[in-house]
Design a protein around this ligand. Sequence first.
Ligand code: B12
Length: 266
Amino acid sequence: MEDIKNILEKYCEVYGFCSFDEIKEHLIDCRAKSRIPQNAKTVITILFPYYLGEEAYENLNVSRYAAVRDYHEVASLYLSQIAEKLKEIYPCNEFVFFADNSPIPEVFAAAKSGVGVKGRNGLLINEKYGSWIFIGEIVTDLYIPCENKEIKLCHGCYECVEACPTGVLKDEKFDPDRCLSHISQKKGEIPEEYRQMMKNLGCAWGCDECQKACPYNKNAEKTTLEEFIKSAEPFVTEDTQIEGRAFAWRGEKVIKRNLRTVSNEF
Ligand code: B12
């Protein structure tokens, strides 16, 4: 156990463990599911904070997570090194890493691992970094003793519910089709009412309104991850290189459409 902790602490600050048994009934149906090791026993959850401080967001026109280098790349960089080191000391075991594109419901796995509480907005909130974090994990067939925590919820002030521009958080069951983050990432034409919301918020990709309203985020600490600090580019234009950014997977048509929407050209 100490050897595992030593490796993790070399590469990351916040991590936790939960048993795969707690998660296996709740896996997200996706292609990556087939990569889960047979006889998986433990999920190692790792957090990647990305908050840059309010001053960095003065001319921001995309959501904060998209203002830095694509987190899939950054998280994978760390997770692959950790998985490699673990394999060196446990060569007979498998260590498969995932970030976002994952069959693991990451918020739940992280909450079960004790690295944060689940917010009313569905997001994981960490004590030190608030909800401005990405989640990645390593699934292994190595048994790592862990105490499966009860999932804790935020204190339920409903500030996020009030702040949500579409009102989707008011619903009993979260409908992604009514979440502005999802709407901004869809191809095709955006309905007028949502275009107007994006314009009013000045946000051409994703949505941060529920997180900005969250009191747990008031004293969130800034990230120390150089990969995020050095790559910060909060103002996106039609000339911005999209490779390596969170919006690249959708292709340039979608981000350009959104930039025009936000800048009044529609
Ligand atoms: C699809 C997706 C979206 C969709 C839909 C989100 C949704 N809430 O359904 C859209 C595009 C809208 C979206 C938006 C955003 N997303 Co998103 N998204 C995902 C993704 C890829 C899958 C989530 C999902 O579909 N889960 C399945 C649903 C059904 O999960 P669920 O509601 O939690 O239900 C499961 C649990 O309830 C579980 N369960 C039920 N009971 C129990 C009991 C136990 C014991 C256990 C263990 C489990 C369990 O079973 C259910 C089925 O799997 C995750 C990554 C991942 N792999 O988890 C990122 C992820 C949740 N998103 C992330 C981010 C950053 C965002 C945005 C903030 C981006 C932005 N700024 O615009 C917004 C926030 C919007 C919001 N308030 O939710 C981060 C969240 C980080 C954090 N702090 O929590 C994640 C974790 C990605 C990452 N790797 O960091 N997202």
